[in-house]
Design a protein around this ligand. Sequence first.
Ligand code: BTN
Length: 319
Amino acid sequence: MKSTLLSLLRTGEGEFVSGEKISDQLGCSRTAVWKHIDALRKEGYTVEAAPKKGYRLAGEPDTLSVHQLKSRLPEPSFVKDILHYPSIHSTQETAHLLASEQAEEGTIVLADEQTKGKGRLGRQWHSPPETGIWMSLILRPDIEVRSAPQLTLLTAVAVVRGIKESLGLDPEIKWPNDILFNGRKAAGILTEMQAEPDRVHAIIVGLGLNVNQDYFPDELADIATSLRLEKGEKVSRTDVLEAILKEWDWLYRMFLKEGFSSVKPLWEAHALTMGKEITARTPRETLKGVAVGIDDAGVLLLRTKDGKLHHIYSADIEV
Ligand code: BTN
């Protein structure tokens, strides 16, 4: 009944569909139609009603449909399972737990809301309901422990290319893990590991992407942005995630086969920091200089005024 009513309203293409037509097609009374419309509204659909005109579908909820996502992924896909939660502390924490319980590579934990989303360096990650892509992916690549950060850079390439593919927008990557539009952050990546000193058990790649926020709390207002704000219209989270997963899939396969050197030129093509004067705050010191590139391992190369080349493994970067 619900899907028939929705298809009927959608045939109006934003115009009114008469109550009479709806009750004829559904084979129910006008009062019953009203009740079904009310149920749709409770699910987040915006349905306008006008006397003598009928009903008009003015907006649909941006629900993340796992079913739709799975049906749109290529066969075979590196995504093996998607676990979707309406609300969760942190997809990262749940993914860690699942990984330690032997969840297979390609398991995704996805949430509509995180109540304790975590960012890098112990920061919080603002993850309000139904506005973003809050997800963690479990990977089990046969790589050396020191190569794990390369997956952050690979993910950044997948995110940037997926956004371009689905929305025609061109964000930039700030080493190592920020996706920016004009200096404002739209996404962050958190790569964590379960490993022994010489063996990777699992890598958990967390992605937080601001999609449909139209405002941010005061403390983020000047530094954050969303795809909706950049595009100037509401965006489908499912469409964007589909595009990102498709990019991620082939990039990851290429990485396993050919190593990071195959991903590096794609990363460089979208990198904001390259050739620019930057400040890098590492855990040990603050360095100012020109970001000359990344090496074949994904490590940032910074040349200071004295001509010395520094290898930056972990830092907060200011451009
Ligand atoms: C950053 O600090 O830039 C990284 C932010 C990563 C946030 C994502 S949202 C999904 C996943 N679950 C978490 O708790 N954090 C990551």
